[in-house]
Design a protein around this ligand. Structure first.
Ligand code: CMC
Length: 404
């Protein structure tokens, strides 16, 4: 792991790692980031190799089980995922009731509902409560992990249809994960390049060491709460615009700009003291160009070349990128385009409405979240940091009717 610059805050108790920057919380063999050189590995494999050669299912298997699957293992895994796509009727009811809420609220509630009705989850929770986590319990945990990966996609696609007054369509067991998702959303067989675009998006977002959402998942899981509740917490953390919500904000900004000639003023506004942050730029760990952004940019260019630059988004993004790469403000702070700079454009091209961009991030990242929880459970210890208290002590208690 390559260390980036630290932001320390002094306090009466000593130095505080503000925002836990560079604080190590565990060892991991799931993913690694070299923020200085802009390199990402999943289980030792470069993201570029996986993006070029793999499918989401293969990457999900790799992240969960720690090795690339054989053809037989992949077929079995793919078939298990496909068989787990259906939702509990209670979850569908929840989604209907939340059809007009932001899909991230709906995803939180739907995941919690699935957990409440999953017998495997109940059994595992009982075992964990009594301190039992042997081979049998681990097998149960992996079974639940696979269900979570399969069902997150259905939850998001169902919410999309319900929010538009459309009946959900049943998942197809014969379709790969990305194709099935698009089929569930739009109710028709997706076009090949759209499936490739979504599959790429899912591969690139599947894990990223311990950002806020993965930390949130592990904090909850470390209390031996159940897997579904831990994932609901991760979804909640992902929702914020500083994390998973950035891709939605990026496309909204580009659409507002409308024309590449206006890129300069938007970028310059972000350099002014107190100005708005430029969404899709900067990263806590990467102090170089995000490798995932580069891959998505290439795909966006290919897609745009074939189908045209819908609403000028590619041209606007290129113009903004040029400004960002040239202005001293960004260079000095080592702020480069991150994955969200380009991911929103790819999803926009695929016809996915922008309130579903962050939910789609969850559809992909759920596998990273569960992989990290399962890894942490092998050596679990409850998270319990400390805070430096700076308020008063031993104040005299004044009864309520004597207070001025
Ligand atoms: N636009 C303008 N200035 C920025 C930006 C930006 N996007 N990002 C950071 N800065 C400035 C920041 O104001 C600060 O300046 P100064 O030193 O003068 O106070 C300096 O750069 C360091 O920033 P920071 O806020 O301390 O950095 P951080 O590590 O706390 O935040 C970040 C990282 C990603 C939250 C931040 O860069 C940001 O808000 N970016 C925009 C939101 C975004 O694109 N988020 C998606 C992240 S990638 C997907 C994911 O992993 O979730």
């Amino acid at each position: 792991m390559q260390r980036a610059s630290k932001r320390k805050m002094s306090s009466p108790c000593g130095e505080i790692a503000h925002g836990l920057e560079d604080v190590l919380i565990k060892t991991t063999s799931i993913s690694d980031i070299d923020g200085e050189r802009g390199i990402l590995w999943y289980r030792g494999y470069r993201i570029e190799d996986l993006a070029r050669n793999s499918t989401y299912e293969e990457v999900a298997y790799l992240l969960l089980y720690g090795k690339l699957p054989t053809r037989g293992e992949l077929d079995e895994f793919t078939s298990r995922l496909a068989k787990n796509r259906d939702l509990n009727p209670a979850t569908v009811e929840v989604l209907k009731n939340l059809a007009y809420a932001h899909p991230m609220f709906a995803a939180e509630a739907a995941i919690a509902t699935e957990g409440a009705f999953d017998d495997d989850n109940r059994k595992l929770s009982e075992s964990l409560r009594t301190g039992k986590y042997g081979d049998e319990e681990k097998a149960l945990a992996y079974r639940i992990a696979e269900k979570l990966v399969a069902k997150m996609a259905t939850i998001v696609a169902y919410h999309y249809r319900l929010s538009r007054g459309l009946e959900p369509v049943r998942p197809r067991e014969d379709l790969p994960h990305a194709a099935n998702f698009l089929y569930l959303m739009f109710g028709k067989m997706p076009e090949r390049l759209a499936v490739r675009g979504l599959d790429l998006y899912l591969i690139l977002h599947a894990d990223h060491e311990v950002p806020a959402s993965t930390l949130a998942a592990q904090v909850v899981a470390s209390t031996l709460s159940d897997l579904y509740s831990s994932i609901a917490a991760a979804v909640a953390a992902l929702k914020g615009p500083l994390h998973g919500g950035a891709n939605e904000a990026v496309v909204r900004t580009y659409l507002e700009i409308g024309d590449p000639s206006r890129a300069k003023s938007i970028v310059e506004a972000a350099t002014k003291p107190g100005g708005p942050k430029l969404m899709g730029v900067g990263h806590r760990v990467y102090k170089a160009y995000d490798p995932r952004a580069r891959i998505l940019k290439d795909f966006a260019r290919d897609y745009m070349t074939k189908y045209g630059d819908r609403d000028n988004l590619f041209a606007i993004a290129v113009a903004i990128e040029q400004e960002v790469l040239s202005l001293p403000y960004f260079r000095q702070r080592r702020l480069y385009p991150n994955v969200d700079f380009w991911s929103g454009i790819v999803l926009y091209y695929l016809g996915i409405p922008y309130e579903y961009y962050t939910p789609l991030f969850a559809v992909s990242r759920v596998v990273g979240w569960v992989a990290h929880i399962l890894e942490y459970w092998d050596n679990n210890r409850i998270f319990r940091p400390r805070a430096c208290y700076v308020g008063p002590h031993d104040l005299k208690y004044v009864p309520i009717n004597e207070r001025a």
